[in-house]
Design a protein around this ligand. Structure first.
Ligand SMILES: [Zn+2]
Length: 398
């Protein structure tokens, strides 16, 4: 193993320049309308021991359903929580994508040794024949690199590198690890993080935190139910269908949800295996993607082209949007799919809240104090720190 590492270092394998791409989906998932509806309706799935407390805060839960989208462009760390471009990595059921967060990060990261001459050599990287055993690299990554997730750069010392590779690195000036995974979205992993955070809030008995995290959890769960949040072609931009994102998740629910959808979804369910449950949501969303895209493409070819887009007045502005007749044709053609995903979102949000409460030992929510709703979760504090660091370095935000 040692010899191979040295060979790798000697050749100074250079990786292609890593470019950070952004995910400029302009519209919030489900639109503001859909997110608020889903959070609000989820309150009515809760058991009696929880529903009094949640109903007391239903306005907050409804309004703050869209907070994560409002801060979406504040830092790169927020944006990636709303989607996973899972088809970037392979095809269904995506065995290439580790379901474990550390594995996903480690597998697609690149460790480079920096040297005095300015040369860089790669010690570990995806697609390389790595001389390091993955288990060794993973352990190093988890201990040394992962705690730096929110730092601007992930670094390590030469001593840490030498311990890892088992040889002296005389020209070394330091090590750097590049994240190749997060930019394609981390939604299912973030759901698990949020589930743990909500459980902890119940354990701590902090009513402000419980409500605040519940509202945000509702947002991310609803995002995971949107097929276009699981693909690189998130706005139809790769298939000549720009605008389909807002069409499916904003325009259709705004036109039909209140008038036609049945939101009686039954009581919240206990989630035995949250990680599997969240992954199933994402994968089931992805399986619907073809219907969403192919359906609209076929329809756009058969429907009179001059009657697909209309101009509407909204809040004093004229906006271009899909005509009602075209929306109805697409909605009919989707055969209840938007309603089914919205219903599934409502039930999943309620089930997540219920599970966190149950896992925290079913605390008596009527006994909670009246602390103000937390303005900042610890997570937001981390994002704020990352934003300040980026600003200090004059780096534009994604
Ligand atoms: Zn979102």
């Amino acid at each position: 193993m040692r010899k191979q590492v040295l060979v790798l270092l000697a050749f100074g394998l250079l990786l292609p320049v890593f470019s950070v791409s952004t995910h400029p989906a302009g519209e919030p998932a489900w639109g503001f309308f859909g997110h608020r509806r889903i959070n609000r309706l989820a309150v009515f799935t809760l058991p009696a021991e929880m529903s009094g407390f949640y109903k007391k805060h239903i306005e907050y839960i409804t309004e703050h359903a869209v907070d994560p989208d409002k801060r979406r462009y504040a830092t790169k760390h927020e944006a990636v929580r709303h989607y996973i471009d899972i088809d970037h990595w392979g095809s269904y059921p995506f065995p290439e994508v580790p379901r474990d967060w550390t594995d996903a990060l480690a597998k697609y990261s690149t460790l480079k040794v920096l040297t005095e001459g300015g040369d860089t050599s790669v010690v570990f990287g995806p697609g390389l024949e790595n001389a390091l055993a993955y288990e060794d690299y993973r352990a190093f990554f988890q201990q040394t690199i992962q705690p730096q997730y929110y730092e601007d750069a992930w670094t390590c010392s030469c001593a840490e590198l030498e311990t890892l590779v088992g040889v002296a690195l005389p020209a070394c000036t330091g090590g750097v690890v590049v994240d190749g995974f997060s930019e394609y979205g981390i939604l299912p992993y973030h759901l698990l993080t949020m589930q743990r955070r909500l459980t902890r809030a119940f354990e701590e008995g902090d009513p402000g935190k419980i409500i605040h995290i519940s509202a945000e959890m509702g947002h991310y769960i609803a995002d995971a139910h949107v097929p276009l949040h699981t693909t690189e072609n998130y706005n139809g931009q790769m298939t000549g269908q720009e605008g389909i994102h807002a069409f499916w998740e904003s325009r259709l629910p705004e036109l039909y949800a209140d008038a036609q959808y049945d939101f009686f979804v039954g009581p919240a369910q206990y989630i035995d295996q949250p990680a599997d449950y969240f992954w199933d949501i994402v994968l089931s969303s992805h399986l619907l993607l073809d219907e969403v895209l192919t359906g609209e493409r076929d329809l756009s070819r058969s429907f009179p082209s001059d009657r697909q887009f209309c101009y509407e007045e909204r809040l004093g502005q004229t906006i271009r949007t899909q005509c009602e007749a075209y929306a109805k044709a697409y909605h009919d053609q989707q055969a209840g799919q938007v309603e089914a995903r919205m219903r599934a979102s409502v039930l999943a949000v309620g089930s997540s809240w219920y599970t966190a409460w149950a896992d925290a030992g079913s605390p008596d929510l009527n006994k909670l104090g009246k602390e103000a709703i937390a303005a900042n979760t610890e997570e937001e504090a981390l994002l704020e720190k990352a934003k300040k660091e980026a600003q200090a370095q004059g780096r534009p935000h994604e």
